[in-house]
Design a protein around this ligand. Structure first.
Ligand SMILES: C[S@@+](CC[C@H](N)C(=O)[O-])C[C@H]1O[C@@H](n2cnc3c(N)ncnc32)[C@H](O)[C@@H]1O
Length: 416
């Protein structure tokens, strides 16, 4: 539904309904009716309204965002991840083929002696659980994350699986790489180390109390890298300065050590879906997404295509023998498979295909997409496409089948 931004713009301009009415030679009651959507202004009023507020008619109609209106994506903030542990758990189930990871460890990274592995933005430790069994015996896993909730889940899971690990509560951008220091401003705590085999705390309050805190911040002091292998998965695409995050990872790495970044290229991912019975051509056209990515890059330096650039950032940072591979996982799902329902549910949940959106939810999404650079038409088309998938999967429950490519690129290089 079209709703003009008259009320919002009038208030921004500190005008009363009467003043706006006087400017346009209409009554304040008429302005009030426009604002509540009871009636729409006559088309001849649009130039006057746009002149009065100093915005384009498109902006007045909500078809493009107001220039100062940009609402940054918040997936680079710790609050965003606080309630997304379950979301990560579901999505991680279908991300890797274990045989391909084994191939990377043995044939590509050629790891033949025990390593100390640091996982930056470890979440609940998914990569640690996948990699540890493949690494030579005696290898150690250390996860760092700025989300206390993620670390809580990690600690519980590792304890339940009987896998030893250490977790550090710190913001990578502030952390100096030492286990007992950091600058996380969470209550009284700084970087926090705890062992994965310890009993999990009952709640976050207790978690904070259990933190072994030390406050020896050493800003500016150079700490030599201490880790043989430093990895991150699905973090650089979310943060506002992925290149700087990567540079920090390199500082944590010993000379001769390996740096690995695993990031999805959104363009591959957006193109990588075929639902059997649906029109592939319409599924892989992603109206407006490029504009959204470009807007986020220019407005907040958040780069959804960062996966393509990482080997180049590694080169600029002086790593040697840089290489880049694709995660070979393709999720093919069909009803004959074991655990079909579980896998379908996981995919549906991961891609937010569980329910068709209500009109209000759709409007919220459209407004977000428009705010991030799409035209209203593109945002509506994109939402309609996603809703189409939801509807199709619902109608074909029990028989739906699809092929889905994750588009995760694995970039790696060694520190000199
Ligand atoms: C998409 S999740 C990926 C988690 C994990 N690497 C995985 O693949 O399952 C991104 C994670 O990065 C963490 N994160 C983002 N920015 C961070 C920062 N500056 N310092 C520490 N952790 C960060 C978030 O809390 C979240 O757990």
């Amino acid at each position: 539904m079209l709703k003009l931004r008259i009320s919002e713009l009038r208030k921004k301009n500190n005008m009363t309904q009467q003043e706006l009415g006087d400017y346009l030679s209409v009554s304040y009651q008429t302005v009030s009716k426009w604002e509540t959507g009871v009636v729409l202004p006559d088309v001849t009023m649009l130039p006057g309204l746009s002149r009065c507020f100093g915005v384009s008619v498109d902006a007045l109609l909500g078809l493009v965002p107001l220039p100062q209106d940009y609402r940054p994506s918040d997936s680079g903030r710790k609050e965003y991840w606080a309630d997304r542990v379950n979301y990560l758990k579901r999505t991680r189930k279908t991300m890797w083929n274990q045989d391909y990871l084994a191939f990377l460890v043995r044939e590509v990274f050629r790891i033949d002696h025990p390593v100390t592995l640091l996982d930056c933005g470890c979440g609940y430790g998914a990569m640690g659980l996948l990699l540890l069994p493949l690494l030579p015996e005696g290898s150690k896993y250390v996860g760092v994350d700025f989300s206390g909730e993620m670390l809580c889940a990690a600690r519980e899971l590792f304890a339940a699986e009987g896998v030893a690990a250490e977790f550090i509560h710190a913001d990578i951008f502030d952390w100096d790489g030492r286990k007992n220091s950091g600058m996380l401003q969470a209550g009284a705590s700084d970087a926090v180390v705890y062992n994965g085999m310890q009993r999990a705390p009952q709640d976050m309050g207790q978690y904070a109390d259990n933190m072994d805190t030390q406050k020896q911040c050493t800003k500016g002091q150079h700490i030599p890298g201490q880790y043989d292998m430093v990895i991150s998965q699905a973090v650089l695409r979310h943060v506002d300065n992925g290149e700087r995050f990567l540079e920090k990872m390199i500082t944590f790495t010993k000379p001769g050590g390996l740096v690995v970044s695993m990031e999805c290229n959104r363009e591959f991912e957006a193109d990588g879906l075929y639902v059997d019975g649906m029109d592939y051509a319409s599924l892989c056209t992603c109206p407006g997404l490029k504009k959204l990515w470009q807007t986020e890059l220019s407005k907040q330096n958040r780069d959804y295509s960062i996966a393509m650039k990482i080997p180049h950032y590694m080169r600029r940072a002086g790593l040697r023998d840089i290489g880049c591979r694709m995660n070979d996982r393709v999720n093919f799902l069909c009803p004959e498979q074991e655990n079909y329902d579980g896998r379908l549910n996981a995919a549906v949940y991961a891609d937010h295909w569980s329910d068709e959106k209500t009109e209000d939810e759709l409007e919220k999404d459209i407004s977000y997409f428009v705010n991030h650079g799409m035209s209203r038409g593109e945002a509506e088309d994109y939402c309609a496409q996603q809703n189409g998938i939801v509807r199709y999967l619902k109608e074909h429950r029990g028989e739906a089948a699809f092929t889905k490519v994750g588009g995760i690129m694995v970039s790696y290089g060694w520190k000199v």
